[in-house]
Design a binder for this molecule. Structure first.
Ligand SMILES: CC(C)(COP(=O)(O)OP(=O)(O)OC[C@H]1O[C@@H](n2cnc3c(N)ncnc32)[C@H](O)[C@@H]1OP(=O)(O)O)[C@@H](O)C(=O)NCCC(=O)NCCS
Length: 185
Protein backbone atom coordinates (compact mmCIF):
# COMPACT_ATOMS: atom_id res chain seq x y z
CA UNK A 1 0.00 0.00 0.00
CA UNK A 2 1.39 3.37 -0.97
CA UNK A 3 2.10 5.56 2.04
CA UNK A 4 0.77 8.98 1.22
CA UNK A 5 -1.49 11.37 3.01
CA UNK A 6 -5.22 11.09 2.65
CA UNK A 7 -6.79 13.06 5.38
CA UNK A 8 -7.44 16.31 7.17
CA UNK A 9 -4.62 17.23 9.52
CA UNK A 10 -7.03 18.49 12.14
CA UNK A 11 -10.44 17.21 13.04
CA UNK A 12 -12.66 19.12 10.66
CA UNK A 13 -10.75 20.88 7.91
CA UNK A 14 -9.89 18.66 4.93
CA UNK A 15 -6.50 19.54 3.52
CA UNK A 16 -7.01 17.43 0.44
CA UNK A 17 -9.96 16.08 -1.50
CA UNK A 18 -10.48 12.42 -2.31
CA UNK A 19 -9.01 11.34 -5.61
CA UNK A 20 -11.66 10.82 -8.29
CA UNK A 21 -10.01 7.63 -9.55
CA UNK A 22 -7.27 5.23 -8.42
CA UNK A 23 -5.09 6.41 -11.31
CA UNK A 24 -5.17 9.94 -9.89
CA UNK A 25 -3.76 8.94 -6.49
CA UNK A 26 -3.91 6.53 -3.57
CA UNK A 27 -7.13 4.83 -2.52
CA UNK A 28 -9.14 6.95 -0.11
CA UNK A 29 -10.87 5.22 2.76
CA UNK A 30 -14.61 5.51 3.07
CA UNK A 31 -15.81 6.34 6.56
CA UNK A 32 -19.10 4.66 7.41
CA UNK A 33 -21.04 3.19 10.27
CA UNK A 34 -19.98 -0.26 11.41
CA UNK A 35 -21.83 -3.34 10.19
CA UNK A 36 -22.18 -6.71 11.90
CA UNK A 37 -20.07 -8.24 9.13
CA UNK A 38 -17.13 -5.97 10.10
CA UNK A 39 -16.82 -7.32 13.63
CA UNK A 40 -14.48 -10.20 12.86
CA UNK A 41 -12.04 -7.81 11.16
CA UNK A 42 -12.33 -5.36 14.03
CA UNK A 43 -11.61 -8.03 16.64
CA UNK A 44 -8.57 -9.08 14.62
CA UNK A 45 -7.37 -5.49 14.24
CA UNK A 46 -7.74 -4.92 17.97
CA UNK A 47 -5.88 -8.16 18.66
CA UNK A 48 -2.92 -6.96 16.58
CA UNK A 49 -2.68 -3.89 18.84
CA UNK A 50 -3.51 -5.40 22.24
CA UNK A 51 -2.44 -9.01 21.73
CA UNK A 52 -5.85 -10.14 23.05
CA UNK A 53 -8.66 -11.63 20.94
CA UNK A 54 -11.86 -10.47 22.66
CA UNK A 55 -14.68 -11.64 20.37
CA UNK A 56 -17.39 -11.53 23.07
CA UNK A 57 -16.32 -8.05 24.16
CA UNK A 58 -16.55 -6.79 20.58
CA UNK A 59 -20.03 -8.24 20.15
CA UNK A 60 -21.13 -6.31 23.25
CA UNK A 61 -19.55 -3.13 21.91
CA UNK A 62 -21.33 -3.66 18.60
CA UNK A 63 -24.70 -4.08 20.32
CA UNK A 64 -24.15 -0.93 22.37
CA UNK A 65 -22.55 1.38 19.78
CA UNK A 66 -23.19 -0.21 16.41
CA UNK A 67 -26.94 -0.72 16.54
CA UNK A 68 -29.52 1.39 18.32
CA UNK A 69 -27.06 4.24 18.78
CA UNK A 70 -29.82 6.89 18.58
CA UNK A 71 -27.44 9.56 17.34
CA UNK A 72 -25.47 9.73 20.60
CA UNK A 73 -23.18 6.74 20.12
CA UNK A 74 -20.92 6.24 17.14
CA UNK A 75 -18.94 3.28 15.91
CA UNK A 76 -17.32 4.25 12.61
CA UNK A 77 -15.01 2.29 10.37
CA UNK A 78 -12.59 3.27 7.61
CA UNK A 79 -12.94 0.92 4.67
CA UNK A 80 -10.29 0.75 1.97
CA UNK A 81 -10.17 -1.75 -0.88
CA UNK A 82 -13.14 -3.55 0.68
CA UNK A 83 -11.38 -4.10 4.02
CA UNK A 84 -11.74 -2.39 7.36
CA UNK A 85 -8.47 -0.55 8.00
CA UNK A 86 -9.46 1.37 11.11
CA UNK A 87 -12.23 2.28 13.50
CA UNK A 88 -13.23 4.86 16.05
CA UNK A 89 -15.82 4.65 18.84
CA UNK A 90 -17.28 7.52 20.80
CA UNK A 91 -20.42 8.86 22.40
CA UNK A 92 -22.03 11.98 23.75
CA UNK A 93 -22.29 11.87 27.51
CA UNK A 94 -24.54 14.33 29.31
CA UNK A 95 -23.56 16.02 32.53
CA UNK A 96 -20.91 13.53 33.49
CA UNK A 97 -18.44 14.93 35.99
CA UNK A 98 -20.73 17.97 36.17
CA UNK A 99 -19.82 18.93 32.60
CA UNK A 100 -22.29 19.93 29.85
CA UNK A 101 -22.84 17.36 27.09
CA UNK A 102 -19.47 16.36 25.75
CA UNK A 103 -18.23 14.01 23.04
CA UNK A 104 -15.99 11.24 24.33
CA UNK A 105 -13.70 9.21 22.12
CA UNK A 106 -12.84 5.98 23.81
CA UNK A 107 -11.21 3.85 21.12
CA UNK A 108 -9.34 4.50 17.89
CA UNK A 109 -7.25 1.98 16.00
CA UNK A 110 -5.72 1.90 12.55
CA UNK A 111 -4.33 -1.25 10.97
CA UNK A 112 -0.51 -1.11 11.17
CA UNK A 113 -0.13 -1.32 7.37
CA UNK A 114 -2.45 1.69 6.90
CA UNK A 115 -0.89 3.99 9.50
CA UNK A 116 0.61 7.42 8.93
CA UNK A 117 -1.46 7.89 5.81
CA UNK A 118 -4.13 10.05 7.40
CA UNK A 119 -6.70 7.35 8.22
CA UNK A 120 -6.69 8.14 11.96
CA UNK A 121 -7.20 11.84 11.23
CA UNK A 122 -10.12 11.02 8.90
CA UNK A 123 -11.78 8.88 11.57
CA UNK A 124 -11.33 11.54 14.25
CA UNK A 125 -12.70 14.24 11.93
CA UNK A 126 -15.75 12.09 11.13
CA UNK A 127 -16.48 11.54 14.81
CA UNK A 128 -16.02 15.24 15.60
CA UNK A 129 -18.42 16.12 12.79
CA UNK A 130 -21.10 13.85 14.26
CA UNK A 131 -20.67 15.43 17.68
CA UNK A 132 -20.94 18.93 16.20
CA UNK A 133 -24.19 17.96 14.48
CA UNK A 134 -25.87 17.47 17.85
CA UNK A 135 -24.50 20.72 19.24
CA UNK A 136 -21.56 19.30 21.18
CA UNK A 137 -18.51 21.53 21.10
CA UNK A 138 -16.01 19.64 23.26
CA UNK A 139 -14.24 16.38 22.47
CA UNK A 140 -12.52 14.47 25.27
CA UNK A 141 -10.52 11.30 25.60
CA UNK A 142 -8.13 9.70 28.05
CA UNK A 143 -4.74 8.41 26.99
CA UNK A 144 -2.19 6.20 28.67
CA UNK A 145 0.67 8.38 29.89
CA UNK A 146 3.07 5.77 28.47
CA UNK A 147 1.58 5.82 24.94
CA UNK A 148 3.64 8.51 23.20
CA UNK A 149 2.26 7.57 19.79
CA UNK A 150 -1.37 8.20 20.67
CA UNK A 151 -0.45 11.41 22.48
CA UNK A 152 1.42 12.63 19.42
CA UNK A 153 -1.54 11.73 17.23
CA UNK A 154 -4.09 13.57 19.38
CA UNK A 155 -1.85 16.60 19.77
CA UNK A 156 -1.42 16.76 15.99
CA UNK A 157 -5.21 16.90 15.71
CA UNK A 158 -5.48 19.85 18.07
CA UNK A 159 -6.24 18.10 21.36
CA UNK A 160 -4.60 19.50 24.49
CA UNK A 161 -4.56 18.62 28.20
CA UNK A 162 -7.95 19.50 29.70
CA UNK A 163 -8.94 20.66 33.15
CA UNK A 164 -10.16 17.23 34.35
CA UNK A 165 -7.68 15.08 36.22
CA UNK A 166 -8.19 11.31 36.20
CA UNK A 167 -7.96 9.69 39.63
CA UNK A 168 -7.86 6.00 40.49
CA UNK A 169 -7.10 3.67 43.35
CA UNK A 170 -6.35 0.02 43.84
CA UNK A 171 -9.55 -1.35 45.41
CA UNK A 172 -7.89 -4.52 46.66
CA UNK A 173 -5.14 -2.64 48.44
CA UNK A 174 -7.61 -0.11 49.87
CA UNK A 175 -10.28 -2.63 50.94
CA UNK A 176 -9.18 -2.93 54.58
CA UNK A 177 -8.78 0.80 55.01
CA UNK A 178 -12.19 1.65 53.58
CA UNK A 179 -13.95 -0.94 55.76
CA UNK A 180 -12.19 0.06 58.94
CA UNK A 181 -13.23 3.67 58.34
CA UNK A 182 -16.86 2.55 57.97
CA UNK A 183 -17.24 3.49 54.29
CA UNK A 184 -17.65 -0.08 53.00
CA UNK A 185 -20.72 -1.11 50.96
C1 LIG B 1 -2.65 6.48 16.85
C2 LIG B 1 -3.22 5.98 15.52
C3 LIG B 1 -4.75 5.86 15.63
C4 LIG B 1 -2.87 7.02 14.43
O1 LIG B 1 -3.47 6.61 13.22
P1 LIG B 1 -2.81 7.03 11.81
O2 LIG B 1 -3.77 6.72 10.74
O3 LIG B 1 -1.46 6.44 11.70
O4 LIG B 1 -2.66 8.62 12.01
P2 LIG B 1 -2.52 9.72 10.88
O5 LIG B 1 -1.83 9.17 9.68
O6 LIG B 1 -3.84 10.34 10.64
O7 LIG B 1 -1.53 10.74 11.58
C5 LIG B 1 -1.89 12.06 11.92
C6 LIG B 1 -0.77 12.64 12.74
O8 LIG B 1 -0.61 11.91 13.97
C7 LIG B 1 0.77 11.90 14.35
N1 LIG B 1 1.24 10.51 14.38
C8 LIG B 1 0.65 9.43 13.82
N2 LIG B 1 1.37 8.33 14.06
C9 LIG B 1 2.45 8.71 14.77
C10 LIG B 1 3.57 8.01 15.30
N3 LIG B 1 3.74 6.69 15.14
N4 LIG B 1 4.50 8.72 15.98
C11 LIG B 1 4.38 10.05 16.14
N5 LIG B 1 3.32 10.77 15.64
C12 LIG B 1 2.38 10.11 14.97
C13 LIG B 1 1.53 12.69 13.28
O9 LIG B 1 1.61 14.04 13.71
C14 LIG B 1 0.60 12.57 12.09
O10 LIG B 1 0.71 13.63 11.20
P3 LIG B 1 1.97 13.67 10.15
O11 LIG B 1 2.07 12.28 9.59
O12 LIG B 1 1.56 14.70 9.16
O13 LIG B 1 3.15 14.04 10.97
C15 LIG B 1 -2.59 4.63 15.09
O14 LIG B 1 -1.19 4.76 15.14
C16 LIG B 1 -2.98 3.48 15.96
O15 LIG B 1 -3.98 2.81 15.70
N6 LIG B 1 -2.20 3.22 17.01
C17 LIG B 1 -2.40 2.07 17.87
C18 LIG B 1 -3.70 2.11 18.58
C19 LIG B 1 -3.70 2.85 19.85
O16 LIG B 1 -2.72 2.98 20.56
N7 LIG B 1 -4.90 3.34 20.17
C20 LIG B 1 -5.07 4.05 21.39
C21 LIG B 1 -5.99 3.39 22.34
S1 LIG B 1 -7.61 4.08 22.15
Amino acid sequence: MQKSKLAPQRAGAPRRKASPSPAAGPAVPRIRGVKAADMAQIATLDATVTGLHKAAYWQRVYRRYGVGSQGQRHFLVAEMDGRVCGFVIGEVRDWEFGAPPCGWLFAIDVMPSARQMGVGALLLAALAQRFRRVGVNTLRTIVASSNAMIQSFFRSQGMRAGHLLPLEMNLEAEQGGLRSEGHGA
